[in-house]
Design a protein around this ligand. Structure first.
Ligand code: HMG
Ligand code: MG
Length: 297
């Protein structure tokens, strides 16, 4: 049985922009985010408190968060370490995403630590965040495949998720970082996750590298998932995952779900207005069927 409604977590301002090589002016990021809010998103990943040496695009994260302080929405910021936590505490973000890769090689390239070292560091961080009342999501990268280590066994991802649940996170966001998972793998892993963690929010984060994003959304829906990350315009990609392209495009996910009678609460016209704002500042074309169809008239 498919859900009647789903929550879409718009990750365009964070995953979508972090891979843009040319700096997008802060004012344009703000205007983009405000337009996305008008389109109806209740949860968004807005920025990352990471090292600006590693991800220069996120250098203005404080200003971005400040400008969204009065949103009555769940505003996520990515935080990799204690320094990120201190920046978070000084900000008005109300939700946090910690992130780790299942594979040591990817995690080392992304946050300069082995997976186990990251988990040792994150344990007190998550506890501290929960004590202060933040909503905490754990993003699990390379949950299916790693660009360096290949196929990841399900048990490895499940075990990392179990550790995060033991830490006390509110949500597991399980990611196909390089867009290599098939619907069969997606259905299998998410079915196991739902069974193992019935009391915790679970979301799916798909990159569309091999154009399996929508099929994977459908497979996850069938496994009982009702929370999806996606990025307006199909923007996105992790700078430390070679070959990763953008996230599955929000407008295509919304279109598919609404046509299936599953409510998303998102206004597609307003979503497309938000893309008009950011598009002139991007170094790559938007990538979604919805936008292509509008453009061809
Ligand atoms: P490091 O070089 O090992 O860190 O990087 P360090 O502790 O040695 O510090 C080096 C310098 O960075 C120091 O500055 C620190 O102060 C500074 P210096 O003394 O040289 O002037 N620094 C920071 N500055 C600001 N904010 C911070 C911070 N931490 C240290 N939080 C580090 C380790 C984790 C910092 C680095 O590797 C990093 O920033 N990585 C972030 C990578 C990233 O953002 N990746 C993309 C997000 S994850 C993703 O996209 C996947 C996801 O979408 C799901 C999926 O699709 O899989 C979520
Ligand atoms: Mg991603």
């Amino acid at each position: 049985i498919l859900p009647k409604k789903v929550t879409i977590i718009e990750v365009g301002p964070r995953d979508g922009l972090q891979n843009e090589k040319v700096f997008v002016p802060t004012d344009q990021k703000r205007a983009f985010i405000h337009a996305l809010k008008q389109a109806g998103f209740k949860e968004m990943e807005l920025a990352s408190f990471v090292s600006p040496k590693w991800v220069p695009q996120m250098v203005d994260a404080e200003e971005i968060i400040e400008s969204c302080a009065d949103f009555k929405t769940r505003n996520f910021v990515l935080v990799p370490n204690e320094k990120g936590v201190q920046r978070l505490y000084a900000s008005k973000a109300n939700a946090v995403a910690v992130f780790v890769g299942t594979s040591d090689t990817f995690n080392q390239k992304n946050i300069n630590k082995r997976t186990h070292e990251s988990m040792v560091e994150l344990r007190p961080i998550v506890r501290g965040l929960k004590k202060k009342g933040y909503f905490v999501r754990a993003s699990i990268s390379t949950a299916f495949h790693c660009p360096y280590e290949g196929k990841i066994p399900e048990e490895k991802t499940l075990s990392l998720c179990q550790t995060f649940v033991d830490f006390g996170v509110d949500e597991l966001c399980v990611a196909d970082t390089i867009g290599m998972a098939t619907p069969k793998e997606v259905y299998s892993l998410f079915t196991k996750l739902k069974t193992a963690f019935p009391d915790i929010l679970i979301s799916a984060h798909f990159h569309d590298t091999r154009k399996m994003g929508l099929a994977n959304v459908f497979a996850a829906l069938q496994a009982g998932i009702d929370r999806f990350d996606s990025s307006a315009g199909g923007l996105g990609g992790c700078p430390f995952a070679p070959g990763a392209s953008g996230n599955v495009a929000t407008e295509d996910v919304v279109y598919m779900l609404e046509r299936m009678g599953i409510s998303t609460g998102i206004d597609l016209h307003k979503l497309s207005d938000s893309l008009d704002i950011i598009r002139p500042f991007l170094s790559r074309p938007l990538d979604s069927a919805y936008i292509n169809i509008i453009e061809k008239g």
